[in-house]
Design a protein around this ligand. Structure first.
Ligand SMILES: Nc1nc2c(c(=O)[nH]1)N[C@H]1C(S)=C(S)[C@@H](COP(=O)(O)OP(=O)(O)OC[C@H]3O[C@@H](n4cnc5c(=O)[nH]c(N)nc54)[C@H](O)[C@@H]3O)O[C@H]1N2
Ligand SMILES: Nc1nc2c(c(=O)[nH]1)N[C@H]1C(S)=C(S)[C@@H](COP(=O)(O)OP(=O)(O)OC[C@H]3O[C@@H](n4cnc5c(=O)[nH]c(N)nc54)[C@H](O)[C@@H]3O)O[C@H]1N2
Ligand code: SF4
Ligand SMILES: [Mo]
Length: 731
């Protein structure tokens, strides 16, 4: 077979960059950025271009495996499904359906077909226990969107190309590719605002890579809530409010004013480290950019992401941020923040999956996801329906989630059934009873990330479809197929519709047989989905739009005052009671806490360009360093008495680790950053990662209700108080 070049898009992160892949005899030879991709236009990072080592890794899972004591045995799919099904049946008979849990990770967010069948299976079985890394990254946004706009999936995004002021809190798009906001070539587009005479301000405890595109302001970790409250107050106080829009389209303005009225620029400065005058100046610049009627009608937008979401006030922060965007007249406006439209309206599709309060501890289930910070309690507790069985899809929660001193490992070890659906045997797989091999993104047909195609949070609206680049190894299976086969084994009716469920099961029984492979596959399903949305089908996409099809730009003006506002009154709620009450009930205590701990060190995370959470750590083309480091400011290093490369002991209320330091003035004083999702010593199936293990910083994070944000179930993973001591050498 000769060399063939295929056009596809990367699915490692939400940037979904276009790629050109040379393939020969079913193997990747080379991966390059696709210069003709309509939005990434020749940008791709090393995780995408060096994917070959992961794709063809000798450690890849190629068959279902079953644990026998210390050893692993290859088994058939029939045996795997039969045995897992029987075990689930027995456990449900004994403890009830809630004893079966599910955990889905970030890589699961890129798989288009899986969620439909996963949710259908769990709903059919009547279990409420679905967990995910969503409560490590963004559930606060979903909760607040629901409160303010009537649905989790009313997800606004900055109109970056038309804004003349942007403030970015707790995100580092140049490295991360962003989250819940599809902004390819982010650095260049942010820098263009500055070139056009505008301002871009990054508010972050670390001077991040993206900050080269604009200005940078240090903020003490987990104090954004005071900064944003003061920003809102100052804006209101100075009269920079678009009263007409507020009166016409919004409710709760007075309540909002009331909630923030004590937060002066001076008061926030005490704990955030951002001087009062700097805040006033920012509000001034923001309101100038928001003023209408000038040439070009530029606007202003505030955006926040993971660093703020993972604090103790993720939901209040997002509420304040959205309220600022709204009252300043920037919501639903060119150059402000916009609501996109996806192929289907996710708000409607998600209907049933909204907000639930079905836990005894009163913590919410947001968008169908329970708090991952309760997982150890839910497994180790003594409730009659405690979790005894769990299926983990595309995740490595032992490294990703709060795991105080290894408590989550202990919990997972105690499970009666643990199944990992993955492309490798990671930490969870090492403890599992069964590991089930999944396809990689190169082996699936797809349209991009669910959030991009469906919520439409896309700075440039476009459509793309990719055929599989490679044929999957014969014994690996897509996730959706595993769920349908399990439904079959468990006698569960999918989608509450017997004929449809029956058809799906029959299809799944045969589609991987020799004859079955001739049946139409997921491509047909995606084709139907595109055509349903009045888009070209996959044939036309392949023939005419391999590099993507630009869709009409979003000019705003399509949300306020329309049916798309899904609150009861069809107006934006600027002061939803649960959020305002949570804010008002906690903010003074948090402030006192900040003042009391002003001199202590706080821990934050750090994403690195060569690592995708823990998923790329076995890729020898990406990972050469044997450890991660604790990054600290020269001032702090001097006080502690450490030099570059020396190990230190880091302690929190929850755990303790030992890690070498790197001294860097990128760090704000009293802030320590440790790249997360390292600590691979326990990964049997990841030998390269195990030889380059690093340290798991989440051993320092707490779990249980007091470490979870009560509105959204988000874990407190950023801004954790720590103490550092140099390691004393003996003798
Ligand atoms: N290379 C790479 N890309 C990735 C990932 C990866 O692991 N590696 N992971 C992917 C995933 S799962 C996600 S969710 C996205 C996340 O995408 P982003 O949200 O952009 O995540 P980070 O790059 O971690 O940026 C968070 C920033 O918050 C800052 N920060 C920490 N605490 C605070 C705080 O209290 N206040 C403020 N204002 N800032 C704070 C940190 O210094 C950091 O720069 O990235 C995705 N892309
Ligand atoms: N302290 C701290 N902790 C954090 C964060 C932080 O900023 N700070 N970030 C948090 C965030 S935002 C997240 S999302 C989590 C990340 O945590 P996870 O979402 O659990 O991510 P990974 O550890 O990379 O695990 C992904 C797994 O999916 C597998 N995989 C890859 N592709 C596929 C596929 O197509 N199918 C299947 N079935 N498996 C696949 C990989 O082999 C890997 O084992 O970490 C969280 N933890
Ligand atoms: S991992 Fe890199 S190449 Fe892949 S989508 Fe993200 S930024 Fe693009
Ligand atoms: Mo994430």
């Amino acid at each position: 077979m000769s060399l063939e070049t295929k056009i596809t898009f990367c699915r490692i992160c939400e940037a979904t960059c276009g790629l050109e892949v040379d393939v020969e005899q079913g193997r990747v030879v080379d991966i390059r950025p696709d210069k003709k991709h309509v939005v990434s236009r020749g940008y791709a990072c090393v995780k995408g271009t060096r994917w070959k080592a992961t794709q063809h890794s000798p450690d890849r899972l190629l068959h279902p495996m079953k644990r026998r004591g210390e050893a692993w045995e290859e088994i058939s799919w029939d045996q795997a499904i039969r045995e897992i099904g029987a075990k689930i049946r027995a456990l449900i008979a004994k403890h009830g359906p809630n004893t079966l849990a599910h955990f889905v990770g970030s890589a699961g967010g890129a798989i288009l077909m899986s969620p439909m069948f996963r949710v259908a299976l769990y709903e059919a079985l009547g279990t409420r226990r679905m967990y995910g890394t969503g409560t490590c990254d963004t559930m606060n946004k979903f909760r607040v969107n629901g409160e303010m706009y009537g649905s989790a999936m009313r997800l606004m995004y900055p109109d970056v190309d038309n804004a003349s002021f942007m403030m970015v809190l707790g995100a580092n798009p140049a490295v991360s590719g962003n989250t819940l906001y599809h902004l390819p070539r982010s650095q260049e587009r942010l820098a263009a605002i500055v070139k056009g005479g505008g301002r871009v301000v990054f508010v972050n405890p670390r001077r991040i890579e993206t900050a080269a595109a604009g200005e940078h302001l240090f903020i003490r970790p987990d104090t954004d809530v005071f900064f944003l409250a003061a920003f809102a107050n100052e804006l209101i106080h100075k009269g920079h409010v678009d009263r007409e829009r507020v009166d016409q389209y919004m409710l709760g303005f007075e309540k909002l004013c009331n909630a923030v009225k004590t937060w002066t620029p001076e008061r926030q400065a005490e704990v955030t480290g951002i001087p009062a005058e700097t805040l006033r100046n920012l509000v001034r610049a923001h309101s100038q950019a928001s003023a209408r009627g000038g040439p070009g009608q530029r606007g202003a937008a505030l955006y926040m992401a993971t660093g703020v979401n993972q604090g103790r006030s993720g939901s209040p922060c997002f509420w304040l941020l959205e309220a600022i965007n709204a009252i300043s007249g920037n919501l639903d406006r060119h150059g402000g923040t916009l609501l996109g439209s996806g192929l289907v309206d996710m708000a409607e599709a998600m209907g049933e999956l909204g907000l639930r309060f079905d836990r005894e501890d009163g913590l919410p289930t947001v968008s169908g996801i329970q708090p991952s910070g309760m997982l150890a309690d839910d497994i180790l507790g003594d409730a009659p329906d405690r979790v005894t069985a769990m299926i983990v899809e595309a995740s490595n929660p032992l490294l990703a989630c709060s795991n105080p001193n290894g408590r989550l490992d202990e919990a997972f070890e105690s499970l009666e059934l643990l199944v990992s659906i993955d492309i490798f045997r990671n930490e969870v797989g090492s403890l599992a009873h069964y590991v089930l091999p999944a396809q990689t993104w190169m082996e699936r047909p797809e349209i991009p990330y669910a959030l991009q195609s469906f919520a439409g949070a896309c700075a440039t609206p476009y459509l793309i479809y990719a055929d599989p680049v490679l044929e999957a190894p014969p014994d690996v299976r897509p996730e959706w197929w595993i769920y349908v086969r399990l439904a079959d084994a468990l006698g569960a009716t999918l989608f509450d519709r017997k004929p449809l469920s029956f058809a799906a099961k029959i299809y799944a029984r045969f589609c991987f047989t020799k004859l079955g492979r001739l049946l139409p596959g997921p491509e047909k399903f995606l084709d139907g989905m595109l055509k349903n949305a009045k888009m070209p089908g996959i044939k036309e996409m392949n023939e005419k739009h391999r590099h993507g099809l630009l869709l009409p730009p979003n000019d705003g003006g399509n949300f306020l005052g329309t049916e798309r506002v899904l609150t009861k009154h069809k107006k934006v709620d600027l002061a939803p009671s649960p959020v305002v009450e949570a804010f008002s009930g906690s903010v003074e205590d948090l402030y006192r806490d900040e003042v009391a701990n002003r001199d202590r060190l706080k821990l934050i995370g750090l994403r690195q360009i060569k690592r995708m959470n823990s998923a790329s750590s076995n890729n020898e083309a990406l990972v050469q360093e044997t450890t991660n480091f604790a990054y600290l400011n020269p001032e702090d290093a001097e006080r502690i008495g450490v030099t570059n490369g020396e190990p230190v002991d880091v302690r929190s209320r929850h755990g303790r680790i030992r890690i070498p330091v790197r001294i860097s003035d990128e760090m704000m004083p009293r802030t320590v950053a440790i790249p997360q999702c390292w600590g691979h010593a326990g990964a049997e199936g990841l030998p390269h990662a195990a030889a380059h293990p690093g340290v798991n910083s989440n051993l320092l994070a707490g779990d249980g209700p007091e470490n979870i944000e009560r509105l959204s179930g988000m874990s407190h993973l950023s801004g954790i108080l720590i103490d550092i001591e140099r390691v004393r050498t003996i003798g």
